[in-house]
Write a protein of this length. Structure first.
Length: 366
């Protein structure tokens, strides 16, 4: 008996698909990715396509349902052949994301044509554990999986004791000790929902090298305690990372939504031509902010925020303590305060500026 293989549109999914749940839809690629990762993490020495195919036909709910009732007698080789393209697409994406790799080429059983022998990568193992922790309903099992995840982080720390890795590992250990497993899983889930295109993107967010603030705001109380206990040099690095991340945000985004700039400084039309859009798209923070950023570069616990001063009638800046800034980010999550305020470095007048907008915050709302 032969069947027409399922025709699936060619998709270029994001890594987040692995964490989704389309159980009610006809083609559940999320579950398929999850199952492939599970098989790959069982077969730590590697596997061939056909071995995976057989396992999926017995384990994947959608495939099992497809071959029940009137199709229950479909031969295994035909079942696998019908789903081959779909499974192969998932494998190819997992390879692209660096969660699987080809460890060697081996000969197929029936002929001598070399076929790939796949193996899970350490990153793939980690993502498979996170997926299992998310979908596990058994508290004991979930706890067990989290211990394995913590072990991975602890072993990363043994090889790399950068301040960020020390901080993240300590934070995970503290969350676990304080029975905040759901915070850990929720955090990983948010990391995976970011716009990730490769294993490297995932690793960057996971290890906080891209958005370190995301880690810091998981649990404000624990984060600040860890910061206090760190040796001064490590604490300064953490503060410096937070400082540069926030200041860099203003460097990129300060005037994008700023209409004061247009109103006060821009002739609405020059020779009857509206330059508004042109100037606005080139908007950057002022030299005053740049100069003060340099002036306070060694003050790790302070952030220099650009702003417009109505008294000075020009673009100025103010200074905020990092702890106060982060408290504003954390306050009323998922709806943080919109603005951060301080006093003009030039005249002392009250100034306010929009607070940093993090990809995470919108995920918390969603
Ligand atoms: Zn001023």
């Amino acid at each position: 008996m032969t069947q027409t293989p399922n025709i699936i549109p060619v998709l270029f999914p994001k890594i987040r698909i692995i964490f989704d749940n389309y159980y009610n839809e006809k083609y559940d690629n999320s579950k398929l990715y999850q199952d492939i990762l599970e098989y790959a993490s069982i077969k730590t020495n590697g596997f061939k396509f056909t071995e995976l195919g057989k396992w999926l036909m017995e384990r994947n709910i959608e495939f099992k349902n497809d071959y029940s009732d009137s199709k229950a007698h479909t031969r295994m080789s035909n079942r696998i052949a019908n789903k081959r393209q779909r499974i192969q697409n998932c494998i190819d994406n997992l390879k692209k994301w660096e969660f699987l790799r080809v460890s060697k080429m081996v000969n197929a059983q029936k002929n001598d044509i070399p076929i790939p022998f796949y193996i899970i990568t350490p990153l793939g193992k980690l993502i498979s554990l996170i997926v299992k922790a998310k979908f596990s309903n058994d508290e004991k099992e979930q706890n067990n999986i989290l211990v394995q995840i913590l072990d991975i982080f602890n072993s990363i720390k043994e090889h790399n004791d950068s301040a960020i890795v020390i901080f993240i590992t300590e934070l995970l250990n503290q969350l676990w000790k304080n029975n905040k497993n759901s915070s850990i899983i929720q955090h990983f889930e948010r990391v995976l929902k970011l716009e990730l295109n490769s294993g490297l993107d995932f690793l960057r967010d996971l290890l906080g090298t891209k958005y370190f603030i995301h880690w810091f705001i998981i649990d404000e109380e624990i984060s600040f305690k860890i910061l206090e206990k760190l040796p001064e040099d490590k604490r300064n690095i953490i503060l410096y990372n937070l400082k540069t991340e926030i200041e860099y945000y203003y460097q990129q985004n300060y005037l994008i939504k700023d209409d004061i700039f247009k109103k006060n400084f821009l002739p609405v039309s020059i020779n009857n031509f509206d330059y508004g859009d042109l100037i606005n798209s080139r908007a950057i923070p002022s030299a005053y902010w740049e100069d003060n950023r340099m002036k306070y570069i060694n003050l790790f616990s302070k952030i220099v925020v650009p702003s417009y001063c109505n008294t000075c009638n020009s673009h100025k800046a103010f200074i905020v303590d990092i702890a106060d800034y982060l408290k504003s980010v954390i306050k009323w999550l998922p709806f943080p305060s919109m603005h951060i305020s301080g006093n003009c470095l030039k005249c002392g007048n009250f100034l306010a500026t929009e607070i940093i907008s993090l990809p995470f915050i919108s995920l918390m709302r969603g």
